[in-house]
Design a protein around this ligand. Sequence first.
Ligand SMILES: [Zn+2]
Length: 321
Amino acid sequence: MEPIKAAAAGGHAVQAAAGSAAGHAAPAANKKGESRIRRWQIGDVKVTSIMESADAIPWAPLFPAEASEHYKKYDWLVPTFITPEGNIILAVQAFVLEAGGRRIVIDTCVGNDRAREVPGCENLQTAFLEDFKAAGFDPNSIDIVLCTHLHFDHVGWNTRLENGRWVPTFPKARYIFGRREWDYWQGVLKEPGHVDVRHILDSVQPILDAGLADFVESNHRLMEGIWLEPSHGHTPGHVSVRVSSRGQEAVVTGDVFHNPIQFAEPEICSMACVDKEMSRQTRRDFVARYGDSPVRFFAIHFSEPVGRVVRDSQTWRFTTD
Ligand SMILES: [Zn+2]
């Protein structure tokens, strides 16, 4: 099998899923020896990515199978975001923002020790927390944890398993959740059996029980130069995070985009999008607002997560930093 090109290091839980001769759980080679820890600067704001995993997976079930032909129109996607064999590279990472003496974690990946129904995500045993510390972040030093939405791959490390109990990983942080998002999940929890809610029970409810949760509006200001921006659709209360510092601009997009093919074809929805039409409109709005602008995108699920959206004849493409 070809090594998977992804910005994640070997020896980690980087897995090749179905679609390769080796099946899944084969370790992937990293690209150019890059670390699972990467850093950028937005004016005075430092951004660090800690990558939990980067998997090559088939288009279905994340995307409709028919979308698997579309990427061939966009050779810029291969091999950074789509393997030469035609599999998607799906990364899962957390971003840590450092600004004004405070530390903000945006999205907390899948987490270890979890019962999950998604292949490749059940009972993970990664070195994420060790990497987090190696990047210079004591979990006790985190001031804010912000989840763009409450899908299982964005809340996992909110907690960790200690003596059979789920305890907050960042015990001195305020955990910020969108009020609208939480209202949606409250409704889901009332209809058990419909949607897997185990991640709410092991990664969100313990935060409420510990008194660390704050529920905010979709345009909440976290601090000077860092604020939430509504980007509903993927989930009903999904938010993105805007950063502005010393004339430099960025947006942490959460799950507005899962793969950069969605810049070229914003109508392609992930199967996890709750309101598909609203998610399409949100992608079109993002491209209209931020395309051909200095605003840099920080995308949780991109293996090369940082770049700009630029015109590409009749459509748009992603160009990495
Ligand atoms: Zn996600």
